[in-house]
Ligand binder design. Sequence first.
Ligand code: ADP
Ligand code: TRP
Length: 323
Amino acid sequence: MPRYLTGIQSSGKPHLGNILGAIAPALELSKTSDAAFYFIADLHTLTSSKDPKALRENTLEVAAAWLACGLNVQKDVFYRQSQIPEVCELAWYLNCFAPYPMLANAHSFKDKSENLSSVNAGLFVYPMLMAADILMYDAEVVPVGKDQKQHLEMTRDVAEAFNRTMGPTFVVPEAYIREDVMTVPGVDGRKMSKSYGNAINVFEDEKSLRKRIMSIVTDATPLEAPKNPQTCTVFALYRAVAPADAVEELRRRYLEGNFGYGQAKQALFEAVMERFGPAREKFRHFVENPQIVEELLRLGEEKARSVSRPVLERVRRALGYSV
Ligand code: ADP
Ligand code: TRP
């Protein structure tokens, strides 16, 4: 069984797209592993945001979302990147093996490089902190979205360069790109994203959640006319959360006519409540009891350290910093 590892940024509140596109598939995958490693990449967040209050709140909510969705802390290792500061030491060693042109070519840097005065050095070496996250735990398979593919290639390149120069030290990981995962649309029909302000937060209070779902943009087809499920955002979201037979039923009603978007939105709201009801309860429990989340993360951090320490020792020895 391979060792899976993946990191999640804590740059905002978790939304339906994050749950269906990242959290649920990762938890599904962990069923085929003895111990998967999941961590909150809160040091990466510092490259874009310097707001301690928001960082704390988002970290708590992201952790609560993973726990509410069923992460098993007894089996899997769940921790905050910032609580294992040795990762910064490893990132430094890797920086010294990372050629400048490789880093200058990273999308995470290049996208911002038109305005260099707004780029901090942390953003420039972001891929090497990510490489350290992975290599620190001898991870073999790293499930990520397509946007992270290049960072995984850099991780492999730097691990191979290190192994070539200093002798075999790192496990060279594979990316696992989830091509089959659907892109969840937001309330405006574009990809759901924090940065578009179109996200649905399934952990929100019931009234706000309902209001949000009622705000989904639909076309002007009159009530009596048949509707096209293929182009409708409400239908796409319904398909993402409801059981297959309910989806078929809704499709039939769309095609039949005399079925309004208001009714479709109500059906979606009910399906979301049905699917996420238990998770919503758990989420509230965790957010209202942050000390429980803290304890669970500490447990994970102890387990994480028991793996990272010997790996770091191996690296120090290879470099001549320890005997
Ligand atoms: P955002 O676009 O809201 O900033 P992130 O880039 O932080 O989201 O994504 C975190 C994870 O959630 C990634 O693995 C990404 O692939 C997944 N994800 C984000 N939005 C969606 C979406 N609309 N549909 C499916 N997966 C998504
Ligand atoms: N950069 C990743 C993202 O923005 C998060 C991340 C940090 C990560 N370290 C990682 C993902 C290690 C996988 C493995 O989504």
